[in-house]
Ligand binder design. Structure first.
Ligand SMILES: O=C(O)c1ccc[n+]([C@@H]2O[C@H](COP(=O)([O-])O)[C@@H](O)[C@H]2O)c1
Ligand SMILES: Cc1cc2nc[nH]c2cc1C
Length: 350
């Protein structure tokens, strides 16, 4: 069980939104967490009655050298194949983005086996190849510092563009076979979580592979520790991946641009933890959409002090859980904006 999402306002807009909530035609608190959600959004957007959100989803994709260690249920080729599926409109996130009228961008920051995408296909694909997947983090640093920095900046650039285009809510997502191994290792390093709590089943591995994956993470951590790793960027380069670095840069830039972020699952939340360790102010802009079935996600959320809105047993990634929570945010704001007050409706207030 995770704690419900609760929020006390910190800004004049947030306080005004909370006062409005108490005047709407409903018993106080009867819309539960939707009330907190409306007040949080008002607080962060700096408006007492915010307009409908203009959401954008950016899915960052890359491969992971550690896939050769047999830590995933799927082969590396699936990353590039799924990128083509995102763009063609057949993936869960393609369907959800269209359903909820969200802009969808797909960014290849290091897919090892890209699949050609027909020109004019559905979602926009941006190719920012840094290298064909990260190195095997069990044996060496996943990225050089400069590669990690280029990926981070690529993510930041996407956030800047989406905000400049008028989007008022940013959602990050990822695709990368074996990236739950990288994310688990990073969570151990930056969140002080033991490997047995951070490592999960990913795409669906059995008990034997899960034990092996936990051992891979334990050995990778020991290797990176022995290399004298200290800063968040150094840990990211040692144990992360190109799409995780891009996501961290995306989240940090969203905060810098003062735009709220709706977090997806395990890998996305660990990327947000990297961004928060690098720039603590990023935490102010984060909202957790859901609790993934991936074991480490609850620990990552707890480290960040976040309460997820939904708990549906999702473990897909690609921003799908955040996209599923999006209508809740829109509903919370629609109710907040458009319900009558007791005075307007002539309803007796206690
Ligand atoms: O978002 C999550 O919580 C999540 C949990 C488990 C798996 N995934 C997705 O599955 C892939 C990684 O799983 P694995 O087993 O290859 O490490 C990657 O493409 C993620 O988007 C995502
Ligand atoms: C098919 C498939 C789709 C995905 N979407 C995000 N991660 C994924 C992993 C797999 C294996």
């Amino acid at each position: 069980m995770t704690a419900p999402f609760r929020f006390a306002p910190t800004t004049p807009a947030g306080h005004a939104a909370q006062r409005r909530q108490s005047q709407l035609t409903k018993p106080p608190g009867s819309l539960g967490q939707l009330e907190d959600l409306a007040v949080w959004l008002a607080d962060r957007l700096g408006e007492a009655t915010p307009a409908r959100l203009v959401p954008a989803i950016a899915v960052f994709a890359a491969d992971h050298g550690v896939a050769v260690e047999d830590v995933s249920a799927f082969p590396m080729e699936v990353t590039g194949q799924m990128v083509a599926n995102f763009v063609a409109g057949g993936a869960a996130i393609s369907v959800l983005a269209a359903e909820h009228q969200a802009t969808l961008r797909v960014i290849d920051v290091g897919v090892a086996h890209p699949v050609p995408v027909p020109p004019g296909a559905g979602a926009a694909l941006v190719v920012r190849p840094i290298r064909a997947g990260s190195r095997n983090l069990l044996c060496e640093a996943a990225m050089r510092a400069d590669e990690c920095q280029v990926a981070w900046q690529a993510g930041a650039e996407v956030a800047r563009q989406l905000v400049a285009q008028g989007h008022t809510l940013l959602i990050g997502g990822e695709m990368g076979i074996a990236n739950t191994t990288a994310a688990a290792a990073l969570l151990c390093a930056l969140g002080d979580i033991a490997p047995e709590h951070a490592v999960g089943r990913g795409t669906g591995i059995d008990d034997a592979r899960h034990a092996h994956k936990t051992d891979v993470v334990r050995r990778a951590l020991a290797r990176a520790q022995a290399a004298g790793t200290d800063t968040p960027h150094a840990w990211l380069a040692q144990l992360g991946g190109l799409e995780i670095a891009a996501l961290a840069g995306f989240y940090e830039e969203a905060g810098r641009q003062r735009v709220p972020v709706l977090l997806d699952g395990f890998i996305s939340t660990v990327a947000a933890l990297v961004a928060v360790r690098h720039q603590p102010a990023t935490a102010h802009w984060l909202l957790a959409a859901h609790a993934s079935a991936e074991a480490g996600h609850r620990h990552a959320l707890a480290v960040l002090g976040l309460s997820p809105l939904l708990d549906l047993g999702l473990r897909l990634g690609e921003a799908s859980g955040a996209a599923i929570a999006l209508p809740l945010l829109q509903a919370a704001l629609a109710l907040h904006r458009s319900m009558a007050t007791f005075a307007e409706a002539g309803v007796a207030n206690q």
